[in-house]
Design a protein around this ligand. Structure first.
Ligand SMILES: [Ca+2]
Length: 512
C-alpha cells in the first residue's frame, strides 16, 4: 500500500471511498488494495484483484474494464482487460496480442515466441485484453459500431497500453523501464499496427504470422477451395466431396515429391525444408505416364496442386494474393488448422464453399471497395516505420512456412516493402528481423515443425543491451531430440556437411 500511495500522480481514489489501507505492505495486502485502484483519466472498473501463488510466479491478477459506453447498435461496450503484476517485478511491461476476432480476455501470461518461458514467469507485468467487444471467436457483430471496429483495427492497443502503463506505475510506484508487445495471428496484426500507427508505444515488438490482410488471404483460400471442387466427385447431397479429390496415397505422393525436390537443398535430407527460397517443386513431375494409373497423379490433380501453391491471379494476370510455399506441413491433419492441401477437412471453417466458379476480380472488389473498414483493419499497407526505427525500437517478425491461413510469402513481401520504404540512417537489420520457421503451421505446430523458440530473450537483449539477434535456436515435439537454428531472412539454415545432424551447431546461416 505504501507504493500505491507514493504513486499519487497516477492514482485518484474515489471521493468518499476509504482506501483499503493494509496493516502491512505484504504483496497480498497490496494486491487486495488494488481492488480500489482508480486512474485519473480512465473510467476503470476493477472487477477483481487476486493474489495468485499457484500459477507461475506469485502475482497480483487485476481484471476489469474501461471505456464503458453504449454503442451505435444500442449494446453496452467496454474494453475488458486482465493484468498480471508479479511480486518480483523486472521493471518490464508487455502487452499481449489477441487472436481471431478477439472478444475475450485471454490469460495474461505473454507466451508468444517465449520458448516456453512466458513473460510473466520472467517478471514482466503482462496485460491482456479483448480489444473492446465481447463475442465468440468469429462473431463479427461488433462491426456495427464505429469505435468497436476502430478498437479492433488497433486503437484498443494504444488505449490498453496507456492504461497498463498507468496501472503498473500506480501499483509499483514507478513507471516501467521498458515496454514490449508480442502477438501472433490477430496479435501479429496488432503488433504491426502498433509499429505503424503508434510508433512510440513500444521499445520492442514481436509480430508472429500476422493476419495482415485477411480480406485477401481469405479470398485466395476461397479460390483454391473452388478449384478443388472442380476435380472432386459429387457426394450424396450433390456437393463436391473434396475428401475424394486426392486419395491418401495421392497426398503422400505429393508430400514425398515436395521432399524429394526440396529437402536436400539445405544440405541434409532430414524431413525439413530449411531453404524454402530455393524450393522449386513442380507437381507436373508426378503426372502419370501413358498407361499408368498408380503411384502418380492425373494431370488435373497436378494442375490443382500447382494452382493451390501459385499466386491467386486477377483477370489481368496480376497477383491478388501471393503464392503459398511448398513445405512439409501442407497435408497436416494434426494441427488445429489443417494443412493447405487438406481442403476436405470439416474442421476448416474457410472451406465450406461448394461453388464451381470463382471470380477473383469480383472478390477483390468486394474485399477492397465493398469493405472499407477491413482496409483499415488490414496492416499490410503502411510501410514507413522511420519514427519507430529512429527512436531505437526493434521489431521481430516470425512466420511458419507451413501456415495454411496466411502465406509466409506475404510477410516476406511486407518486410521487403517496409525495408525499402523506411528511410533512416540505420540499416534495416539494426531494427527489424524476420525469421521464417520451416514446417511450422499457423503460430505453432506442424508435423515437421520446430515451434519452440525464444525470441523474447533476443528482443530484450536487442532493446536493452543493443545486442542484435542472429540465429534463434528452435526445438519442438515434432523431433524431440533435434535443434535447428532459425536464421534472419534472407538467410536460411544450411547443414555444414559434418557434425551431429540433430544439433543446431552443425548448421550455419547462409544466403542462397
Ligand atoms: Ca532438409
Amino acid at each position: 500500500m505504501v507504493k500505491l500511495l507514493i504513486a499519487t500522480a497516477f492514482v485518484a481514489l474515489m471521493p468518499g471511498l476509504t482506501p483499503a489501507v493494509a496493516a502491512d505492505s505484504s504483496p497480498e495486502a497490496q494486491c487486495s488494495a488494488a481492488k480500489n485502484l482508480q486512474l485519473a483519466t480512465f473510467d476503470m472498473k476493477v472487477a477483481s484483484a487476486d493474489h495468485v501463488k499457484d500459477k507461475g510466479p506469485a502475482h497480483c491478477l487485476v481484471s476489469g474494464s474501461f471505456e464503458h459506453r453504449t454503442g451505435a447498435d444500442g449494446k453496452p461496450y467496454a474494453i475488458g482487460f486482465s493484468i498480471a503484476l508479479p511480486d518480483n517485478w523486472s521493471g518490464r511491461f508487455l502487452v499481449q496480442g489477441g487472436g481471431g476476432l478477439n472478444g475475450v480476455v485471454r490469460p495474461a501470461v505473454g507466451d508468444v515466441a517465449s520458448g516456453g518461458k512466458n513473460a510473466l514467469s520472467r517478471g514482466f507485468a503482462v496485460i491482456s485484453h479483448d480489444s473492446g467487444h465481447k463475442g465468440e471467436a468469429w462473431d463479427t457483430s461488433f462491426r456495427a459500431d464505429q469505435i468497436a471496429t476502430l478498437n479492433f483495427a488497433g486503437w484498443s492497443v494504444e488505449k490498453v497500453t496507456a492504461l497498463g502503463k498507468a496501472l503498473v506505475a500506480a501499483y509499483y510506484g514507478k513507471s516501467a523501464d521498458r515496454s514490449y508487445f508480442a502477438g501472433c495471428s490477430t496479435g501479429g496484426r496488432e503488433a504491426m499496427a502498433s509499429a505503424q500507427r503508434f510508433p512510440t508505444l513500444f521499445d520492442g515488438i514481436i509480430a508472429g504470422a500476422p493476419a495482415m490482410r485477411t480480406s485477401r488471404s481469405n479470398m485466395s483460400l476461397a479460390a483454391k477451395n473452388v478449384a478443388m471442387n472442380k476435380i472432386s466427385p459429387a457426394s450424396a447431397d450433390s456437393a463436391p466431396d473434396r475428401s475424394k479429390a486426392f486419395s491418401d496415397g495421392d497426398r503422400d505422393l505429393v508430400l514425398k515429391g515436395i521432399l524429394k525436390s526440396c529437402d536436400g537443398l539445405d544440405g541434409l535430407e532430414d524431413g525439413m525444408i530449411a531453404n524454402p527460397g530455393a524450393c522449386k517443386f513442380d507437381p507436373a513431375s508426378l503426372v502419370c505416364p501413358a498407361g499408368k494409373a498408380d503411384g502418380c497423379l492425373t494431370k488435373q490433380q497436378a494442375d490443382i496442386v500447382a494452382e493451390t501453391f501459385s499466386p491467386t491471379l486477377d483477370a489481368s494476370g496480376r497477383p491478388a494474393y501471393v503464392a503459398f510455399p511448398y513445405d512439409t506441413g501442407v497435408m497436416s491433419t494434426t494441427d488445429p488448422i489443417p494443412g493447405l492441401m487438406r481442403f476436405d477437412d470439416k474442421r476448416n471453417r474457410q472451406f465450406k464453399n461448394n461453388a464451381m466458379s470463382f471470380d477473383v476480380d469480383d472478390a477483390v472488389e468486394k474485399a477492397d471497395i465493398g469493405d472499407p473498414q477491413q482496409r483499415l483493419i488490414n496492416a499490410d499497407q503502411w510501410t514507413d516505420l522511420s519514427s519507430f526505427a529512429t527512436r531505437g525500437s526493434k521489431i521481430i517478425f516470425f512466420h511458419g512456412v507451413s501456415d495454411p491461413w496466411f502465406s509466409s510469402n506475404d510477410t516476406v513481401g511486407f518486410f521487403n516493402r517496409m525495408s525499402a520504404a523506411t528511410k533512416t540512417g540505420k540499416r534495416v537489420e539494426d531494427w527489424a528481423k524476420l525469421y521464417l520457421v520451416p514446417g511450422m503451421s499457423h503460430c505453432s505446430g506442424g508435423p515437421a515443425g520446430l515451434d519452440q523458440f525464444d525470441m523474447l530473450t533476443k528482443l530484450i537483449d536487442w532493446v536493452e543491451k543493443d545486442e542484435a539477434p542472429r540465429s534463434v535456436e528452435a526445438s519442438g515435439k515434432a523431433f524431440p531430440n533435434r535443434t535447428r537454428p532459425l536464421c534472419p531472412y534472407p538467410l536460411h539454415a544450411q547443414y555444414k556437411g559434418e557434425g551431429n545432424a540433430d544439433n543446431a551447431a552443425s548448421f550455419e546461416c547462409r544466403n542462397n
